[in-house]
Design a protein around this ligand. Structure first.
Ligand code: PEP
Ligand code: MG
Length: 756
């Protein structure tokens, strides 16, 4: 049975058209079960009826639409109960409804299985036989399994508007993953890569030096091109986002791509071939990484490789003819593709591949351009020349929408623009509530940080993730390399606190040069667990941080993934050791100079820490709550697994109770605590955190203005009412309703339209 089932699903998936797929499926199921009829009905929720989409065995008069109203017949009963019905003689069942047009009267045995996708009944699969008999358990489970597998196929077809005849005439909306909030309306502009690595045919050369020369020239040209692209977007993005281009430049360095490509050329390959082989090798390594953020770096590496390739191929630069008010649509939108389009024309972004973690998504958020990612099974040319509405809150894309949908979105767009204008005007004012409560807003940074001012006022860096520089190499960075990097960060933010987190790799985000194989990576060798097992890595990093801090005294060190006090004691011992080493070296070189010991903090992200706060507080200077991991570990929901994404609920009552408990205990213990997970930069999340008593929030630079505006519009009594309502809620949706209503009543409705 299993192989028959697999064959049917395979055939259905490969069918050129949806209708062919359905026809094929009913025929194959009928054959497999030796039954006399197999039919598929799909629900038309607008007309409130089931429509017979395909049948093998029932006689459907040409061109006739056969339907059953919701509530009628065994078809409706199975759908309503959301369970299969196995009826030996359907004609005797009280719910039986004869459909005369299809000459159904001669069939008695009936097996009906609902087709359910993400808890929604899409239709039913029905098998019938002349003789009265109950279908066997095996037959029943075969039909149920098949219906479950087909649900996804049908859901995709519905989303693509392929389910003809029982939906409204305009193409239905496509569903993607929201990447950057906002609404965009415009014409599709198809973005293509400058050159394709996959198209390069491997060729050898007799003159490696000539090829090396060509490669070096192409690298120089690529560097210039990247500089120009960065300059083009510089005024539109936060500085930490601009650093994406520094990362690109870094990848072009000899130690990253350069040496490997030149070594390949020395082996006798032409430059184009060497670039292809080396870059595709890097891409494959990144694509294997489970962590979705780091996996997305494969896109950057490929993009960079294709840029170098385009210079090797000496493509004349074609000026892009970008329509006014365009929506950039590409197989895989990259940060540099985005930068190449004039900001005033770019309204929105649709990337068929990729996720909210891609650099393009980070840039889009930073530039305030609505974006959606990951529309499966839609070919690029399907969107070509189309008029589109992109909803970056929900992930919906409307293709040639009807007037009423368009008007609704136009009104929303206007509301948003007005709100954005107001928010921007307040960027230089302090984050202070109406009744004078001061709130510290800090920035989460992780890429390189450039010199200069970051948008609006802020109170330094609340979380500097150090993972990325470790990822972008083919070996651990040296102490000197790390020192340079950290020094640059501390210089850029001189005078303001900078919280640097020690390396949080391992488990799900292994380094390309340090592979780790585990069955449960999120519960594995990650963060502090890995670095404590490798004190040589930890010490080098801490030494680099301490050296970079000399003369600044603004560094704070943060430990990730702490589960027990032993880990803190051991880390503190190593930090002490590094401190005395660096201090001795400093005093020897510069007698009279001294060095302050940096504050030490731990992330509250593993639930076990919630029950040891007192013991931990005796060992550290501050806490920082990582709501991203705390949510995943408290709710036992993988933060990167799309299948359980709807269960990853930051408004879950359990999480709210945990956050409230943390702030109360930290206040009692007299320990400063901040929040550096995504929740701090979420308008509703920030409201709740303020209400609970958190006074330091750290977030992506692009959220600063928005959250400042929220802070400036609230006052304590109103927050208390909100908090008690939220804490009384028993379901995340209730919390969301309460929070959204509050934002609406503050005139911040434009921030609310988040997908759920
Ligand atoms: C967190 O877990 O909330 C956090 C800030 O750290 P990261 O997202 O880097 O795991
Ligand atoms: Mg974390």
């Amino acid at each position: 049975m299993l192989s028959t089932l697999q064959r049917i699903v395979e055939a259905v998936n490969q069918a050129p058209e949806f209708e062919v797929a359905l026809k094929l499926m009913v025929t194959r199921v009928k054959e497999a079960l030796g039954s006399e009829v197999c039919s598929v009905y799909l629900a038309d929720h607008d007309a409130k009826e089931f429509v017979l989409m395909a049948s093998d065995g029932l006689h459907v008069p040409d061109g006739e639409r056969i339907t059953l109203a919701f509530g009628e017949g065994l078809i409706s009963l199975a759908a309503q109960r959301e369970e299969p019905l196995n009826v030996a003689d359907a004609t005797k069942h009280p719910n039986f409804k004869l459909v005369e047009a299809v000459q159904e009267e001669s069939f008695r045995a009936m097996l009906v299985a609902p087709i359910i996708h993400q808890r929604q009944v899409l239709g039913v699969l029905a098998v019938q036989q002349r003789s009265a008999r109950a279908f066997s358990g095996e037959e029943e489970s075969f039909v149920v399994t098949l219906a479950a597998q087909l649900a996804a196929v049908i859901a995709h077809a519905e989303a693509k508007g392929l389910v003809a005849g029982h939906h409204s005439p305009w193409l239905r909306n496509l569903t993607a993953v929201p990447g950057a909030p906002g609404v965009a309306i415009g014409h599709a502009f198809i973005g293509k890569p400058a050159a394709r690595l996959s198209a390069v045919v491997p060729r050898r050369t007799e003159h490696p030096w000539r090829e090396i020369h060509k490669f070096r020239k192409a690298v120089i040209e690529t560097r210039q091109e990247l500089k120009a692209l960065a300059a083009q977007v510089a005024e539109h993005v936060a500085e930490d986002t601009l650093a994406i281009f520094d990362v690109y430049q870094g990848m072009l360095d000899a130690t990253s791509l350069g040496n490997s490509v030149e070594a390949k050329i020395q082996e006798g390959w032409m430059a184009q071939t060497a670039v292809k082989v080396v870059v595709e090798g890097f891409v494959a390594q990144f694509e294997e990484i489970e962590d979705s953020y780091l996996r997305e770096r494969a896109v950057d590496v490929r993009d960079l490789g294709q840029r170098v390739l385009s210079h090797l191929q000496d493509h004349r630069k074609i000026e892009l003819e970008v329509p006014e008010e365009c929506i950039l649509v590409a197989e895989e939108v990259t940060a540099s593709m985005l930068a190449a389009i004039p900001r005033d024309k770019l309204q929105g972004i649709i990337s068929l591949k990729g996720s909210a973690n891609s650099h393009a998504a980070i840039m889009a958020r930073s530039m305030g351009i609505p974006a959606v990612f990951g529309i499966q099974d839609v070919p690029l040319n399907y969107l070509e020349d189309q008029f589109l509405v992109v909803d970056g809150y929900s992930g919906d894309v409307f293709v040639n929408p009807p007037a009423q949908v368009l008007h609704e979105y136009e009104a929303l767009l206007l509301e948003e623009q007005e709100l954005a204008d107001i928010v921007r005007q307040h960027r230089d004012l302090p984050a202070e509530t109406k009744d004078g409560i001061q709130v510290e807003l800090q920035i989460n940074a992780g890429l390189n940080v450039e010199h200069g001012e970051t948008r609006g006022q802020h109170n330094g860096i609340g979380l500097y993730r150090t993972e990325i520089p470790f990822m972008m190499r083919d070996r651990f960075p040296t102490e000197e390399e790390q020192f340079q990097l950290y020094r640059q960060v501390l210089d850029s933010y001189a005078g303001a606190p900078v919280v640097m987190r020690t390396l949080d790799v391992g488990g799900d985000k292994p380094l390309p040069y340090f592979p780790i194989q585990e069955d449960n990576p999120f519960l594995g060798w990650r963060g502090i667990r890995m670095t404590l097992d490798h004190p040589e890595i930890f010490l080098v990093q801490v030494r680099a941080m301490l050296r970079a801090n000399v003369g600044h005294d603004t560094l704070k060190i943060l430990l990730p993934m702490i589960t027990s006090v032993d880990e803190i004691d051991e880390s503190a011992r190593l930090i002490n050791q590094a401190y005395f080493e660096v201090r001795n070296e400093l005093v020897q070189k510069h007698p009279g100079l001294d060095m302050k010991r940096p504050q030490l903090g731990v992330m509250i992200e593993v639930p076990a820490i919630l029950y040891q706060l007192e013991a931990v507080a005796r060992r550290v200077d501050f806490f920082s709550v990582g709501t991203n991991d705390l949510t995943q570990y408290l709710l036992a929901v993988d933060r990167n697994n799309a299948r359980v994404a709807s269960l990853y609920e930051v408004y879950h009552p359990a999480l709210l109770m945990a956050l409230k408990g943390i702030i109360e205990e930290c206040q009692a213990l007299g320990k400063p605590v901040s929040v550096c997970g995504e929740l701090a930069g979420d308008p509703g999340g920030a409201l709740l955190l303020l209400a609970m008593g958190y006074r330091t929030l750290s977030m992506g630079g692009h959220n600063l203005d928005k959250i400042r505006w929220i802070v400036r519009n609230v006052e304590a009594p109103m927050l208390q009412v909100l908090l008690s309502q939220a804490l009384n809620a028993r379901h995340p949706d209730q919390v969301r309703r309460v929070v959204n209503m509050k934002l609406e009543s503050l005139g911040l409705g434009g921030f609310v339209r988040a997908g759920k």
